[in-house]
Design a protein around this ligand. Sequence first.
Ligand code: GCV
Length: 688
Amino acid sequence: MALIGSEDRSPDDTGWLHPAWLPRSLTAPLRARTVLVVAPEHPVIRTVVDELSHAGAKAIWLTDTDATASRAVIDLTITIDPELPPESFRLARHGGQTSLVGADPKGVLYGHFHLLRRGRLAFQGQWRQPVSTPAIGLRMLDHWDNIDVHPVMGQVERGYAGGSLFYDAGSLRWDLGRVDQYARLLASVGVNAVSINNVNVHATETTLLTTRLDWVTRLADHLRPWGITVFLSVNFAAPIVLGDLDSCDPCDQRVRQWWADTTDRVYAAVPDLGGYLVKADSEGQPGPFAYGRSHADGANLLARALSPHQGVVLWRCFVYNHRQDWRDRSTDRARAAFDHFVELDGAFLDNVILQIKHGPIDFQVREPVSPLLAAMPRTRVCLELQVTAEYTGQQRHVHYLPEAWQEILGFRPWGDETKLWQLMAIGQSQSPESTTTESPRSVRSGGAIAAVSNVGRDEFWTGHPFAQANLYGFARLAWDPTLTPAAILDEWIGSTFPEANPDLAPLLRQIILGSRALYESYTAPNGVGFMVTPGSHYGPSVDGYEYSPWGTYHFADREGIGVDRTRASGSGYTGQYHQPWADLFESVETCPEELLLFFHHVRWDHRMHDGDTLAQHIYNSHFDGAAAIHSLARLWTQADGLVEPRLYRRVAERLDEQCRCAQEWCDQITSYVWRHSGIPDDHGRPLY
Ligand code: GCV
């Protein structure tokens, strides 16, 4: 069977590793030659001290009480101020001395990286920066890494950047040096949690709870010094899979005891584990439905076991019928998460966080924001994004994902000023100004955001070197969701290509900014989604999923295309939104055109706002999109000599493939529309 993951497509372990955005200045002598660190003994503080000493600090005084060294000779002082919000920091320079004040050890670590980013400016002049505080408390990357090489999905499910950082064909990697470097990369942008195994938990990974617990301990030991908490994905049927019980019914006392005992042992080995991540009753994974129990019963089972250890359960809401009969027009996959979960609002324990994908289907290039994210005021919720570019070009196409994420985080669920990111910041799916009488859960509250990681053993970390900007962008948005994609890109360019020829930055901006809209323009049109090759999810296959059980249909016929999700005549999905969206999406006239086919079955000759027919609109967007990619590939030739040759070549190769693939998308989609609609292209371009 062919591998779907692309471990085989990216060079692995060449020995050379691109430093990504980590400041090169670390290798140069630090301008702070003398440093006073006033902080308690802590692994993260130890990391900062090591960083400073590698950077060339001549003398570092580490003390838990002030004033061992004469202030006069100190270039940099680092102190802790517990009054600051958790993990935040403040930087200033006064009287020839730079000061870094962190709320706690992590705040010190993040402030340290910020100092490095400032480079020599950090030690010049007089200045004071405002306190920098992360907007969202839990900023997590989910790894879909398998221990064994899965026969279909490979070592990393949906991985497009070489092998797993953690595992290699059935074993934990003996040399975890790359994990250390990854942890440092994540810490430099404030990521503070990582789940270390695939949410599709096979039998081998289930043993991470028991016989392979020492692997978890080892990984936690490597991540802890960088302020990164480890989470484990667990199999809901673990008591059965591990052969201990014949049931995993959440209401069975034996099952409850099993989870309590197992979890006690896990925490004895890793006392600061973050908790469990769970995919249940989803795409073949076991769950509480098998026993007629609800997902609140299921999540609370694990929450109870984790509670004595301050652990949390991240419980995914990606629950739908993946064995649907395509002839059944009454079932709408988009409705599923809301329909399963919303009635359970208030039934979850305080240490359960529902992890909800950004759209109601599955990480498509364009989906409306999931209505569930703003529908459970008495439940903790977490937004799930996908940095790994499964449906978005698989790190072979340039695709700058922060452009989509900014739209998602900026969505206004009630049409008022409240934005989605504010909900994620407080971790409750209700407006911060809400006057709901039922007060939100306060115990262990706090926001969360998670994303599926896109890194692997590839020498550029991410396959496409520009996909590094997606990882960087996720972390920066999790820290500050008000940043614009352009500002984030400029930061990434500045740190990744320091002291580059001034021609490079504008060139990179031209290629990367707008790449999300470009990708969208030549792939599945107007929110219809899922016209990808089944299994691999790469490249076009217009009807590939049309007669499948996965619930991802576009319903094209000779009249038109798209899914009627209206209350008036369709699945009623529009009714899951608050106003004004429920009505806005309901009407063809007011529905945003980029989502038209997500919400409506529209005639091919329907007039779009610019007067073109839908068919003509699709022709234009696809022909223009494919042509634009060819232009980008030509533009990139100007970077020859401006970047490392191997980076130049990697991007050039990927752009060649993007040109080929975009043309294939364009030809298949436009010919399909022509054959179904019979509407010729006004511009007479080739239709087959
Ligand atoms: C880990 C999509 C992907 C699957 C993934 C699933 C999920 O369906 O194709 O590979 O499984 O999402 O998010 O659980």
